[in-house]
Design a binder for this molecule. Structure first.
Ligand code: ZN
Ligand code: ZN
Length: 253
């Protein structure tokens, strides 16, 4: 612990005695110091995504319609993707949106554990992603300046926790983000595609270590437009990885 961290630590400890932590979602006090400010009751309100959804991109379908297990949305039917399929744990709204915000912008990294445990529960029970088949788990990378500024890659922390749980090799260096780009929010489909073009690359120095991999699980925090994930998978396909599974914590539908 550096001197700065030490004083921060003392200050936080002292402040929590005077101002007990309240849940950011329901405002009730959190008695134990957990290192994050969402109570367990609120964590249980996360709205999970259940079938029916598109077999390939995971886009939720209307629950009123009777869909076949491998039904595809129009986008997947006519365009196709580099990934085998995408699954997401829950909708990017309400308490999960707050959790991701606290993790990314308020650096409440201890939230990784309860959130990754929810992802592990999904992976353990869902027969679609055969976790035993996965040879490597990697996150969607951040550009190095953004990584340094935040101090961590939230998707990397989630991916590492999941990989350790299942004892699957993990790599944060195989796929890298080689330049910064704009946020995808508010861009058109064509602009989004352009915005992620030549942004991700395979780290050739890592390639020898990770050769002959045929199935990989890519982890991201939020699936929004899918353009970044598509760009990552395009690069991973180039090195011969056949089965690319994607699993995200949240999905902005
Ligand atoms: Zn709460
Ligand atoms: Zn689809």
């Amino acid at each position: 612990m550096t001197d700065n961290n030490f004083w921060e630590y003392l200050k936080e400890g002292f402040l929590s005695l005077i101002y007990p932590l309240n849940c950011e979602n329901c405002s009730r006090p959190i008695r134990e110091s957990k290192g994050y400010s969402i109570c367990d009751d609120c964590l249980q309100q996360i709205k999970f995504i259940y079938f029916p959804y598109c077999y390939q991109c995971g886009k939720p379908f209307s629950p009123e319609v009777d869909f076949e297990a491998k039904a595809l949305c129009a986008d997947c039917l006519y365009r196709g993707h580099h990934y085998y399929f995408v699954r997401s744990l829950a909708y990017y709204e309400g308490v999960l949106r707050k959790c991701i915000h606290l993790l990314k912008f308020k650096k409440q990294v201890k939230l990784v554990k309860p959130l990754a445990n929810l992802m592990i529960n999904y992976l353990s029970r869902d027969e679609l992603i055969n976790i035993k088949e996965i040879e490597l788990i990697i996150p969607v990378p951040l550009f190095k300046d953004d990584h340094l500024k935040r101090g961590f890659n939230q998707s990397g922390l989630l991916a590492k926790y999941i990989a350790d749980y299942f004892s699957i090799p993990f790599s944060e260096d195989l796929l890298i983000k080689i330049r910064a780009n704009l946020s995808q929010v508010g861009l058109s489909r064509i602009e989004r595609k352009k915005n992620v073009k030549n942004v991700y690359a395979i780290n050739s120095s890592m390639l020898q270590k990770q050769h002959n991999i045929s199935s990989l699980l890519l982890i991201d925090d939020i699936f929004t437009t899918g353009a970044s994930i598509e760009a990552c998978c395009k690069e991973l396909k180039k090195i011969g990885i056949e089965k690319l599974y994607v699993f995200t914590l949240a999905r902005g539908v």
